[in-house]
Write a protein that binds this ligand. Structure first.
Ligand code: NAP
Length: 244
């Protein structure tokens, strides 16, 4: 579905980002894997997706640092000239109740999960041609809140406002801008959730199981493809019925 397209995925060294990279490659897109700290894992993803016969490279950049993001955009411009599909996926969590949250925990999450999306989108936008796609990974926590996640919820809600506003700005260029709000996905970010809380969460999900990263990736492929040409400014919940 994505032959001839080039995609940049932030935070693609593992988890949901890695699954998106693999699904893009299966659909014949060339893929740029952005990572922050784990060069070996990013290289493993590159090696894995090259098996599908597409071009793939890994580019290091901390999305919360504008200088690093600009450098990444320059590298991409030299290598690929254009980015048809941008997936803003990189994200972190630093959970604590507001009463105990430190300034560093607040700023780290806002800087990575929200400012990072502004830095990456602004720097990559000149490379996105007409008909391009911008897809950002929000969370149902941005819509409903969650105990101990004021920083994360504020950033993820910010992504939704950003998406809807940018969709209005870029519609005339036929660039669509959408967000996905996952529920509870089996990745490193959720691996420390204690057994009983995990059981309780699974019980609250209509489909009675947490998502696999591929469940999110499949919807990203759809939003990246021509099949979604009339969808923009949307937030698609992929949560197995957790937030209904
Ligand atoms: P994950 O397994 O922890 O992976 C996070 C990825 O982000 C890694 O590739 C990491 O790179 C990268 N990253 C972290 N900080 C970065 C930075 N400053 N600059 C560039 N890359 C950075 O997380 P995940 O569960 O796949 O989450 C992916 C996205 O989905 C996040 O935005 C998350 O908030 C969202 N989400 C997840 C869930 C869930 O239940 N898992 C639910 C809703 C939304 P390195 O490994 O190189 O450091």
């Amino acid at each position: 579905m994505l032959k001839g397209k080039t995609a940049l995925i932030t935070g693609a060294s593992r988890g949901i980002g890695e699954a998106i990279a693999v699904e893009f490659a299966k659909n014949n897109a060339d893929v740029i894997i952005n990572y922050y700290s784990d060069r070996d894992e990013a290289q493993k993803v590159v090696d894995k997706i090259k098996k599908y016969g597409v071009r793939a490279i890994a580019v290091q950049a901390d999305v919360s640092k504008i200088d690093e993001v600009k450098k990444m955009a320059d590298e991409i411009q030299k290598e690929f000239r254009k980015v048809d599909i941008l997936v803003n996926n990189a994200g972190i969590a630093k959970d604590r109740t507001l009463k105990n949250m430190t300034m560093d925990e607040w700023h780290a999450v806002i800087n990575t999960n929200l400012n990072g999306i502004f830095y990456v989108t602004k720097s990559i936008l000149p490379l996105i041609p007409e008909g391009g796609r911008i897809i950002s990974i929000s969370s149902i926590v941005g819509q409903y809140g969650n105990f101990g996640q004021t920083n994360y919820a504020a950033a993820k809600a910010g992504i939704i406002g950003f998406t809807k506003s940018l969709a209005k700005e870029l519609g005339k260029k036929k660039i669509t801008v959408n967000a996905i709000a996952p529920g509870f996905v089996r990745t490193a970010i959720t691996k420390d959730i204690p057994f009983f809380r995990r059981k309780m969460l699974n019980h609250m999900i209509a489909l009675k199981e947490e998502a696999e990263p591929e469940d999110i990736a499949d919807v990203v492929v759809f939003l990246a493809s021509a099949k979604s040409r009339y969808i923009t400014g949307a937030v698609i919940n992929v949560d197995g019925g957790l937030a209904i």
